[in-house]
Structure formats: C-alpha cells, structure tokens
Design a binder for this molecule. Structure first.
Ligand code: GCB
Length: 600
C-alpha cells in the first residue's frame, strides 16, 4: 500500500507522538516509562527486556487538535516490530504484520477533532518460520553449534520450546518495539495518496498521481534547487520536460535534487527527487551511463541505548563517516531502514541497495513454507515506500537463502520474486538476492540475478587465519564467476576484530589481522574487472543474540559500536580515496605505497 512520507506544509499537519509512553509486558500489572521511538530491549536492566519472547504493551493518551476540524486524520506508524495490534480506548482498530515498514490507521469516525482517547499498541517480538525475518521457536543455540541428536541436549531444547524460547535465524539482535516515529496526521479530506516519478537523463519526467476523494484539478510543478520552476504539468498522469536537466550523481559527483510540488484541490505535497538512470550492461553497472564501482561497508540500524530505534543524529554521523571513508554506498542489511536514512542519502549522494527482511531462510525446507505470498507483499510495500529515492539503485530480495541444497526448488521460489520486483518498480532498477557462501557451482538463483552479490568469508569461517590459502581458494571461485559474464559485488566479507587487541603476528581477532585480511581479499578483487563492488562486513560492531561465537556482539565493524575507527577503517579510507581519484573503476586500483599493513 502506497503511503507518502508525512509532511507539514500549507495544507497538511502532523503531530509527533514521540516521548515517554507507558509500557509493560503482557500479563504484568504495573506500567513503567519507556522511550518511543526506540527498541525497548536496552532500556532496562530487567533481563526480560532482552530475552523475553511475546507481547509487550504500550499506551498513551492522544488528542486530535480541535483545529483539525473538517480534515482527514490518521495515525501513522513508521515501524512496529514484528507485528502490532492498535487499540483505541480498548477497542482494536488495526493490526499489522512485519516490523520494518509503515502502516496507517484512518481515524475518521473513531476519534474526532478535540477528542481524547487512550492509544494502545501491542507489539509482538516473536519470530518463527512464518515471519520475516525468520526465527526458531524453542532453541537458544547460536546457529551452527546446536549439537543435534544428543539426548540430553535434545531434552533441553524441548524444554526451551515449552518455555517459549525464541531464537533468531539471523546474526543481529532481535530488537523490537515501536522503533520508528508514531505520528498523528491531518490532510484535506480529498488528498494526494501517492506520487510516482520516473525521470530520464534527457529531462523527461513521467508522473502519476493517485488521489482519494473528489479533489479537483491536479497540478505538478518541478522546482530546481534554487526554487525556480523548471517544468509544469497537470492531470493525474503525464510527462514533463525539464530543459538542461542537472543529474543526480553519487558523490564525489553532485547529488542534485529537484522538488515536485503537487497540488490537488486543497492538498499539497512536495517530493524531492533526482534525475538519474541506472542499468546493467554486460559486467558493468551504469549510473547515468557511467560505470559505477560500489565501495562501502554494509550497515545495521544498531546503536547503544536506542537499539534499532531511529536516531537521526546517529544517521548523520554515520553518513559523515562514509564521506570520511570515501565510501559511496551501503546495503540496508538486512531489512528496509527508516525513511529518514534514504532522504539523507538522496541529499548526500550515497548509493543504497535496499533489502527486504527475508533473512534466515537457510533451511532447504523453507521453500515448502507458504512465505512466497507474504514475501511478495513485503517486497511490494518496500518498493511502494521507496520507489522515488534516487539513492536506491538496486533491490535485494533477501540475504543468504539456501539456494544450493535444492537448486530447482530454490529457483522456483526466488525467480518469481525477481520478476515481481521488476514489474513493481516503475523505475525498473536492477534486482538481486544476496548469496551465502555455498556450492556456487550448483546454485541457479544467484547467477540469474541482474547483479551477483556474494557474501564470502574465506580466511574467517573457513580456512580460518590462513590468508594465503584464503586467496588461493577465493581466486578459484572468482575464476568460475568470470565465466558467468555477470557483474559481481562482494557484498560481505570480514573478520571479527576486538578494538585495541594487537599482535605482531596478525592473528585472528587482532586489528592487524583485520587489515591483513582486507588486504588479501582486495588483492584478489583488484585483478578482476567484472567485480564491480566491495562491501566489507560491517560498518560498525553491532549487537547480536548471545552465543559462543559472539563476545558482546558481532565485532566485524570497521568502527566500534560507538563509531571509533579500527585500523581497518584507516586502511579502507586510503584505499577508497585512491579509488575515487582513479574514478572508482574496478580492477585498476593503485594503492599508494604508504598504505601498507604496517603504516595504516
Ligand atoms: C553473514 C550474514 C551476516 C552476519 C555475517 C557474520 O553472512 O549475512 O548477517 O552477521 O555473516 O558476521 O557472520
């Protein structure tokens, strides 16, 4: 369902409901204060905040301003993880499945201007084989280390299942609650429901405007960055022509933005947009006809205290650190991020690969489950929400599904989603799904995508610590990919690194090893022109569920969780600066001599 990002303007109003709400675990008597928006999990030392699986309850009073008389009013939830029930004075008025995309609840007929009611939100953090992301009920073991078959361990797991223990099938903490803003919105009764823009480099902008109610004439004006009118049109659909268009380019180019100003009857909506084209061509990825090399670490929405909660200060800090690194992109691993991040990247010229929350789909039996319809709906909602952002240049259907155990079955699951994404996106961006380190020689899914994104941990999870052999093995795989004639991005690679742990011998977990590891992998990448990108895992250390392989979370960050650079961040900064200077082209990177392991 399309849903325009809320805005305050001459015809629309909004009230942010952020602040301290009442909170309790379902079944508790007492309410306690809790900050919204934010994950609830790190807001109390009570162990249940991190470990309890089930429903939590939030409440607060809301009042519709009397001044909103005659307007259409609704509540907008930007994200409640993982599913939500919304109640007004104890009566259910809506429910929503999925924790990373927005939903709206119309208030007309439920609460009028000048009236007050109690708003309650019930959020359920449980994940299972029917949710995205996927979880497992009744098992706290970290994946890969659950000692199957041992009677005593199996009995323990059964007990956990009875107690409702819930384990993520993914490697990030299952942060939940009301993690993004909640707002009361008012628009004219007849209002603009959706806007779709498809700009071309020649300055042509196709537009389509959806409205609700009898709303009169629809007009569209395009304003340039100085606010001058660059084109005008009318009607619900049509094409505008901007003369001498200024293109949106990723940094270090200019991410030029225009604004589409749409009026319909009494309603007004202003949508920033950029003019740029993306497509693949052989083994190249073109932005505005020029080959683009992706270089930037993957991210998470993750920070102390807020958890996965929206933190715009952190977003700005992170994007400034991307500039500091000379990084030009990231993937929204492993779920759609808050809209404020895409707006920032539109403005800052950072390219995004936008990913659905389909993560944890490793077990081959998954393909028997009835997730395809739901997965398609989530994909549609993500594309509907994000379709106009110039910063988004590719859709990712998901992360690391098992595609090689039952290759045909996997293909019949993923290929229709690939086609659906192309159909759904008015800008028809390239589509991918991110591949796990697997039997690439059996796989049918990954190489059928427009761009091959592969996560590889040579030298870490396999051939651990032996970087010479890691290079040897990685080169064998790259030889294979070379024959597939596809553009390839190394979409994850990394080494857990404890900041401050050093070793002259560059052993695993030291900062020296992290640098040596990236140096080794980069050697292999730089030899191949068909490798059009590198996305180290991860930008910063992040929280995960506890387990024998995670000491205080995943430590593969180039930065610590509080955003202090490790040696590898300095190393990449030099590498990417040199790349930027050589026009970011793959396979032709000359690192300055000073950028050796010792000196970085
Ligand atoms: C992966 C996953 C990512 C993990 C990473 C790791 O392949 O895609 O979510 O965090 O490996 O560090 O194990």
């Amino acid at each position: 369902m399309s849903m325009l990002y809320p805005q305050n303007n001459a015809s629309r109003m909004m009230l942010d409901l952020g602040g301290i709400w009442d909170f309790r675990f379902q079944g508790d008597e007492e309410w306690q204060p809790l900050a919204v928006p934010a994950s609830y999990n790190d807001q109390s030392p009570d162990a249940r905040f991190r470990s309890r699986a089930g429903v939590v309850e939030y409440r607060r009073k809301i009042t519709i301003p009397a001044a909103w008389k005659g307007m259409r009013t609704c509540l907008r939830f930007d994200a409640v993880a993982h599913s939500a029930r919304i109640l007004l004075d104890g009566r259910e008025i809506a429910s929503h499945r999925g924790g990373f995309l927005p939903f709206e609840v119309e208030l007309d007929g439920l609460l009028g201007p000048g009236e007050t009611a109690e708003l309650a939100v019930e959020a359920d953090n449980r994940i299972n084989h029917g949710t995205l992301p996927i979880g497992t009920e009744g098992d706290t073991a970290f994946f890969g280390s659950d000692n199957p078959g041992i009677p005593s361990v199996e009995a323990g797991k059964k007990r956990q299942a009875e107690q409702g223990v819930n384990r993520p099938a993914f490697d990030f903490f299952n942060y939940t609650g009301i993690q993004r803003p909640v707002r009361l919105l008012a628009t004219p009764r007849a209002y603009i429901r959706d806007v779709t823009l498809v700009p071309s480099m020649n300055g042509e902008v196709r537009f389509s405007i959806e409205t609700s109610g009898e709303s009169g004439e629809t007009r569209i004006e395009v304003l340039d960055a100085e606010g001058r009118v660059a084109a005008r049109g009318s009607g619900r659909q049509g094409t505008l022509q901007i003369t001498k268009p200024k293109l949106w380019e990723p940094r270090p180019g200019t991410p030029y933005l225009y604004t589409a100003r749409i009026t319909c009857g009494e309603d007004l909506y202003e949508l920033p947009f950029g003019i740029r084209e993306v497509k693949t061509d052989g083994t190249r990825f073109l932005i505005n006809g020029k080959p683009f090399h992706f270089h930037g670490p993957c991210k998470h929405e993750d920070s102390p205290f807020h958890g996965r909660g929206l933190d715009t200060c952190l977003n700005v800090t992170d994007i400034n650190l991307y500039h500091w690194l000379h990084a030009n992109c990231f993937r929204t691993s492993h779920y759609p991020y808050a809209e404020e991040m895409y707006q920032l990247c539109d403005r800052e010229g950072i390219v995004i690969v936008d990913e659905t929350p389909a993560v944890g789909m490793w077990a081959s039996e998954n393909y028997g489950w009835n997730l395809a319809d739901y997965h398609e709906q989530v994909l549609r909602d993500m594309i509907d929400r994000d379709k106009n952002h110039p910063c988004i240049v590719m859709w990712s259907l998901g992360n690391e599904p098992d595609t090689d155990t039952l290759p045909e079955k996997a293909y019949s699951y993923w290929h229709p989603l690939y086609e659906a994404a192309h159909r759904m996106d008015p800008q028809n961006r390239p589509v991918t799904v991110v591949g796990c380190q697997n039997r690439y020689d059996r796989d049918k899914v990954i190489c059928s995508m427009d761009v091959v994104l592969i996560n590889r941990y040579y030298g870490w999870y396999n051939l651990s610590g032996d970087l010479e052999t890691a290079k040897y093995a990685f080169r064998i795989e790259l030889d294979w990919w070379e024959k597939q004639h596809k553009p390839v991005i190394l979409s994850e690679y990394g080494a857990d690194t404890i900041a401050g742990l050093h070793g002259a011998a560059a052993e695993m977990f030291t900062e020296e090893f992290q640098v040596a590891y990236y140096q080794a992998m980069s050697e292999c990448l730089d030899e191949r022109a068909f490798v059009i990108g590198e996305m180290p895992w991860n930008f910063a250390d992040f929280s995960t569920c506890q387990g024998p392989m995670r000491a205080g979370g995943n430590r593969k960050g180039l930065f610590t969780r509080d955003r202090r650079p490790k040696m590898a961040a300095h190393w990449f900064r030099k590498r990417w600066e040199a790349m930027e200077a050589s026009d970011g082209m793959q396979g032709r990177v000359q690192l300055p001599d000073s950028c050796t392991q010792e000196k970085c």
